[in-house]
Write a protein that binds this ligand. Structure first.
Ligand code: CAA
Length: 257
């Protein structure tokens, strides 16, 4: 399938996905959503890809769901089509996904970034959930993920007022892992992705699953899950290789399978 609203580029073991609807500040219409989900789910079954980078343009990561496309929708259409449910396939991707965010990440754009595993922000990034100004609320997980990631006070204020958070505030609040000068964002994101992709792919997938468990379950259950997965890692060749390489003072040669 050829893509029209995104660009894809494979760089070694990293898949770079660039949202590409500049005329609409990368607003997420049905086509863009379908294409992003298709690109990442396809990469997820490709053992040659060890990490995915999702990015937008310098002006906007994505300015939200496409308001013009949604404007006339009826309740029957939204409910009947279970609008936004397709993003469950994005969440199910096991390959680590890194969001490189410059400019606006608003509404569905902020929510898409939060569906990724790591957010690196340019110093130009602006995060917000302004849906309330349109007479709606977040619909791609924002009311839940923002509250879990930055806490209730900030999430509630942002969702109720539509106020944006700049990159510095987002870093202090724990929404993004690092703030990077805008002109270095993509290089730094690709470098971080290459580091992740150089690890054992199954071990990285299990690690992603374990960290995500922290948002899904109790501490006791999460710690038990972590311990069981840790035990299971001793059934992999990569555990033997990684530890042997350390002892033999050489770089590991992971299987990536
Ligand atoms: N949907 C559709 N088109 C959008 C869009 C969106 N979310 N955001 C921007 N655009 C379009 C604009 O309509 C404009 O198109 P035209 O040139 O044809 O008029 C073009 O992109 C450029 O935008 P602006 O002229 O508005 O640019 P600006 O620099 O003046 O403002 C902005 C930038 C502050 C991001 C402003 O565009 C804006 O407020 N956008 C909407 C943000 C928003 O409300 N997002 C939430 C959407 S709803 C949602 O996401 C629901 C959910 O939870 C999934």
């Amino acid at each position: 399938m050829g893509f029209e609203t995104i660009l894809t580029d494979t760089r070694g073991r990293v898949l770079l996905v660039t949202l590409n609807r500049p005329q609409a500040l990368n607003a997420i219409n049905r086509q863009l959503a379908t294409e992003v989900i298709e690109a990442v789910t396809r990469a997820d079954t490709d053992p040659g890809i060890g990490c995915i980078v999702l990015t937008g343009s310098p002006r906007a990561f994505a300015a939200g769901a496409d308001i013009k496309e949604m404007q006339a929708a009826t309740y029957a259409e939204m409910y009947g089509g279970d609008h936004f449910a397709a993003w469950d396939r994005f969440i199910a991707v096991r390959t680590p996904i890194l969001a490189a965010v410059a400019g606006y990440a608003l509404g569905g754009g902020c929510e898409l970034a939060m569906m990724c595993d790591v957010i690196l922000a340019a110093d130009t990034a602006m995060f917000g959930q302004p849906e309330i100004k349109l007479g709606v609320m977040p619909g791609m997980g924002g009311s839940q993920r923002l509250a879990r990631f930055v806490g209730k006070a900030k999430a509630m204020e942002m969702c109720l007022t539509g106020r944006m958070m700049d990159a510095g505030e987002a870093e202090r609040a724990g929404l993004v892992s690092r703030v990077i000068p805008a002109d270095q964002l993509l290089d730094e994101a690709l470098k971080t992705a290459e580091t992740i992709a150089s690890m054992s792919l199954p071990i990285a997938m299990m690690t992603k699953e374990a960290v995500n468990r922290a948002y899904e379950t109790t501490l006791t259950e999460g710690v038990r899950f972590e311990r069981r997965v840790f035990h299971a890692m001793f059934a992999t060749e990569d555990q033997k290789e990684g530890m042997a390489a350390f002892v033999e003072k050489r770089p590991p040669r992971f299987s990536h399978r």
